[in-house]
Design a protein around this ligand. Structure first.
Ligand code: GLC
Length: 804
């Protein structure tokens, strides 16, 4: 492989550079200069309906709604080969030499290769044999399709006759459709000369029909693949394109002057369009391809193709992509001395939470077809500062996934619904939990009067939904007054521990304690005094029982098993200390000052390691049938003693509440992904998004990141920086300013919306402290205390904070 170095135009502004890439100065793009990254470094691009993922090598797939029930193009999970994609081949028609516009599938020698992953788009720039190609891929913000804009420039000094050939496999509907020979006979492709397009129907979508008859509905979309100019040839059959026993890296189609032109019902559905391009020296030409799926009842494939498949439309749509994302992420901005925190907070964590977690719901390491009851409720907090109405929508959606008894679906399919009725102990409680941050931000108490249905009939106000969740939890206490574990708690992998409703979860106790504290005033406000009193009463007794039975001497226990054995105790050989019960004892207020300090000292001693806070220590090396599947994971991986990033973010919160800003910052910095850029081959994950986990110390790959993108940690890491380190957070009375920063920070600023007004906050720390606010002036006038006035006036307000 020959790489021409230093061709980048932005070299002077490269942040966190390593052998694979760097961030641009404003952090909005991650530029990859070597396609052989240690794992696929991808981008998950979505408009909330149509989505695709794409790696630095050009691998990936597309879907609509969700990637499990409604896939459009084929991909089988494989982070090693990364060999499924929507490819474009480039070929010199005279010499026959061919390569691809992204590195895969041909993996040709190149003179230059660069991928820019941006917010809502990725750009592949390559030069091979004097031919420069720039392929920009994105999803139209307002239509169910993606655009591939290919600009080819002849830098070779000679006239060149080239062609560009697209290729991918269709996989409409449920994925993966393992029984391919079955599925392929339901597909029908057609070439539409008037549209320069291949269209595809599938006469099967694996849902029962209205009478319950199986295999009796058609996939209700027309998929299409179109070109902005007349193709010289086309093909819709994998066999003729790849060739029998062929490979995508050197397909038959690259031997043939023109494509085979096979369409119809009897092939193996794929799509390929070939466009001939003749270029004089120095000349450029742009071709645009689209891929999409039009829903029969609502959209017309031909109209979408015509509207979007042109050079002008691509440019217009790309400009709209920038606008669309700017509206979602630019209303809030921090400037601190920490570039990793700035980049992640201002750009990538918002993007990851929205584009991947809430919308795309899939990434290289996990394909999801649904919403997790607790997961996307938490994620939706990402909308609080700029589009709280989208969080509101998410709350109403989750409320309607509850049964009359108060329990909920653990997750549900986003198409046609349905999912497992949960027997776990915390799911249902996330609804009243999340209400607190929503109400503090918005004061929109009206949401509690919204009526949403129950899954088993009837409907009630959102208030009632929250109340039923809490009441259901009241029925699940052990004889000594500790909440029962049920099938598991937040830690899904504790899947056997309390199956018989005898084992207890001390963490659920803390979580419930906190919720009772925030929800009692809500009940009171609505005049539901009896329920408010009940909550206060249970809260009081919980504090006592959790401290009495949950304290293990130096830290809190995680749980007891159905057989009454302690889990997360110094008496255990493995799994002696768990993170969640320590940090939530502090977050919830279950621990008094002394115990809180002791619990956090134990976290610092046993759990806060090189790459963040371990979920438990030591990892289980022996299978424990009485605990659950975390003990079956390889030791140190994911919930079995790895850094589970989602929970590791909460440690930051607890350290700030425990009055330990330096530790909070340490716990934050260790999991802030750009900070892992110095060891890309050890870490292996993308430096611009959070991983679900990184390996714990017992793993031979200690510190290796995995399950990137699709993780509930992105929203929380964002919140940790703004709410807990910068310390600017919504309280009922107004916006509170209470920083917990490294004392060496001289200053920072933060711009954010709050109830319609914009607050431009500048914090001066010439005093060199890590906590403490000496004075605050708002629009030139000094205020009392550290809660900013609640203007609600749609105007900008200058806030000057002096620490000391
Ligand atoms: C997964 C689940 C999440 C759970 C976590 C810990 O990320 O989606 O709901 O809390 O694992 O087990």
């Amino acid at each position: 492989m020959s790489t021409v170095q230093n061709q980048s135009t932005t070299q002077q502004n490269q942040l966190f550079q390593n052998e694979y890439g760097y961030f641009t100065e404003n952090g909005r793009e991650y530029v990859i200069t070597n396609p052989r990254t240690p794992r696929p470094w991808s981008n998950i691009i979505s408009n909330g309906d149509y989505s695709f993922m794409v790696s630095q090598a050009g691998g990936g797939a597309s879907w609509r709604g969700n990637a499990g029930q409604n896939r459009i193009t084929r991909l089988f999970q494989d982070v090693i080969k990364d060999s499924w994609g929507k490819f474009i081949y480039l070929r010199d028609r005279s010499s026959g030499k061919f390569w691809s516009a992204a590195w895969k599938p041909v993996m040709a020698e190149f003179e230059h290769y660069e991928v820019r992953h941006g917010i809502g788009y990725s750009v592949f720039t390559q030069q091979v044999d004097g031919i420069r190609s720039e392929l920009t891929v994105f999803v139209a913000p307002d239509a169910p399709l993606e655009i591939m804009q290919l600009k080819i420039t002849n830098n070779s000094g000679q006239t060149r006759e080239l062609d560009a050939t697209t290729y991918f496999e269709w996989a409409p509907g449920f994925a993966p459709d393992e029984h391919r020979e079955f599925h392929k006979i339901f597909m029908n492709s057609e070439y539409r000369e008037d549209l320069n397009a291949i269209q595809l129907e599938k006469y099967l979508w694996a849902f029962p029909d209205e009478k319950g008859r199986s295999n009796n509905v058609s996939w209700p979309y027309t998929a299409f693949h179109a070109a902005s100019e007349q193709p010289s040839s086309y093909d819709a059959d994998k066999e003729s394109f790849v060739g029998m026993y062929g490979e995508e890296s050197r397909p038959q189609a690259m031997q043939d002057q023109e494509l085979a032109g096979h369409t119809g019902r009897f092939g193996d559905a794929a799509a390929s369009l070939r466009v001939a391009v003749k270029l004089e020296p120095g000349a450029s030409h742009t071709v645009v391809f689209t891929i999409g799926a039009a829903e029969h009842e609502k959209e017309d494939a031909a109209a979408l193709i015509r509207e979007y498949t042109s050079v002008e439309a691509a440019e217009r749509t790309l400009a709209r992509v920038h606008e669309f994302w700017s509206e979602l992420i630019d209303t809030e901005e921090i400037q601190t001395p920490d570039p990793a925190m700035n980049i992640m907070t201002n750009v990538w964590l918002k993007y990851q939470s929205i584009s991947c977690r809430l919308w795309g719901k899939t990434a290289y390491y996990q394909v999801s077809a649904g919403y997790g009851f607790r997961d996307q409720l938490q994620d939706s907090q990402i909308f609080l500062t700029n589009k709280p109405e989208l969080m509101r929508k998410q709350i109403l959606m989750h409320a309607s996934q509850q049964f009359q008894e108060g329990d909920v679906l653990h997750w549900w399919f986003t198409i046609r619904g349905g999912g497992p009725r949960t027997r776990c102990s915390d799911d249902l409680l996330w609804l009243p939990f999340i209400m607190d941050s929503y109400l503090k931000e918005t004061q929109d108490y009206q949401i509690l009067d919204e009526i949403t249905p129950f899954l088993d009939g009837g409907e009630a106000t959102v208030y009632e939904h929250c109340k039923r969740a809490i009441e259901k939890s009241f029925l699940r206490f052990s004889p000594r007054g500790v909440p029962l574990m049920g099938e598991h708690d937040w830690n899904d992998g504790l899947s056997a521990i309390g199956y018989d409703w005898k084992g207890e979860s001390f963490w659920v106790g803390e979580f419930l304690y906190m919720i009772l504290g925030s929800f009692a005033p809500v009940a009171q406000r609505r005049g539901d005094q009896a329920f408010a009193d009940k909550m206060i009463e249970v809260q009081g007794s919980l504090k006592q029982t959790l401290n009495e039975y949950g304290w293990d001497g130096e830290w809190y226990l995680q749980a007891t098993t159905d057989d009454g054995l302690k889990v997360g105790s110094k008496e255990n050989e493995e799994g002696q200390i768990f993170l969640n019960p320590q940090i939530w004892a502090v977050i919830s207020g279950v621990a008094d000052e002394e115990r809180g300090q002791q619990a956090m000292a134990s976290v610092s001693k046993h759990l806060l390691r090189d790459y963040g806070s371990l979920l438990l220590y030591p990892a289980y090396t022996k299978v424990r049938r009485d605990i659950g599947y975390i003990t079956r994971y390889a030791p140190g991986l994911r919930e079995n003693g790895g850094v589970y990033t989602h929970a590791a973010t909460w440690a930051v919160w607890a350290y700030t509440l425990a009055g330990q800003p330096e530790k909070a910052y340490e716990a934050y910095s260790k999991i802030c992904p750009p900070n892992r850029s110095d060891d890309p081959n050890g870490y292996v994950g993308e430096p611009y998004v959070t991983p679900g986990n990184s390996d714990g110390p017992i793993s031979p790959n200690y510190g290796r990141g995995g399950w990137t993108w699709y993780t509930g940690s992105s929203q929380w890491l964002q919140r940790m920086a703004t709410n807990w380190i910068l310390g600017v957070r919504a309280e009922h009375e107004g916006l509170l300013v209470d920083p917990s920063i490294p004392s060496e920070w001289p200053e920072f600023s933060y711009r954010r919306n709050f109830r319609g007004a914009t607050y431009l906050i500048h914090v001066d720390n010439a005093a060199g402290v890590s906590r403490g606010v000496k004075s605050i002036t708002v629009d030139g006038k000094e205020i009392e205390g550290n809660i900013l006035p609640d203007f609600q006036d749609g105007k900008k307000h200058e806030v000057k904070v002096i620490m000391g």
